[in-house]
Design a protein around this ligand. Structure first.
Ligand code: GDP
Ligand code: MG
Length: 160
């Protein structure tokens, strides 16, 4: 067993990452998963999924009332998404950095949106914005049996 992993348990967060329908349609699934996989976070859940309207509305409930909200719901439900749950120390903020700014034109080169997208309404990927929302969104998009508890072979090479 790996005591160093247990010692860090309190700081461990989870985040919900989603390749949006444009990312799936554009063949960017592997590229986007790869950015998180290479970074060294722990993949807990992964599925291709057609999001029902009710789930999209629950996921984006804080944005209800915004002018773009109806278009956003249409966008997210327009085709399959790839849903992922990732775990790690600091994973929420780190994933947001890897993803880049909401508007891809303002996202830094090297970020997913900075490298792979040109418009806010087609910004290819979602990432939870706080540890609280990470928990909420993972629970919203995954059923319990869909998440795996496992220790990757590389764990001792990622954290001292
Ligand atoms: P995020 O956390 O960076 O994804 O950004 P927000 O939580 O502010 O918004 C959620 C999503 O709504 C964004 O990723 C976009 O897909 C969409 N969105 C936000 N602002 C706009 C906008 O002004 N126009 C359009 N078309 N979509 C927007
Ligand atoms: Mg957000």
């Amino acid at each position: 067993f790996l005591p160093h992993l247990v010692a860090a348990m309190e700081e461990v967060e989870e985040t919900y990452i989603m390749v949006k329908p444009d990312g799936v349609q554009r063949g960017l699934v592997g590229e986007i998963i790869s950015r998180f996989e290479k970074k060294g976070f722990l993949l807990k859940g992964l599925k291709l999924f057609q999001c029902p309207k009710e789930l999209a509305e629950e996921h984006y409930k804080d944005l209800k009332g915004k002018s773009f909200y109806p278009k956003l719901i249409d966008y997210i439900t327009s085709g399959p998404v790839v849903s992922m749950a990732w775990e790690g120390v600091g994973v929420v903020a780190s994933a947001r950095k890897l993803i880049g700014a909401t508007n891809p034109l303002q996202a830094e080169p090297g970020t997913i949106r900075g490298d792979l997208a040109v418009q806010t309404g087609r910004n290819v990927v979602h990432g939870s914005d706080s540890p609280e929302n990470g928990k909420r969104e993972v629970a919203l998009w995954f059923k319990e049996g869909e998440l795996c508890e496992w220790i990757p072979a590389q764990a001792p090479w990622l954290r001292e």
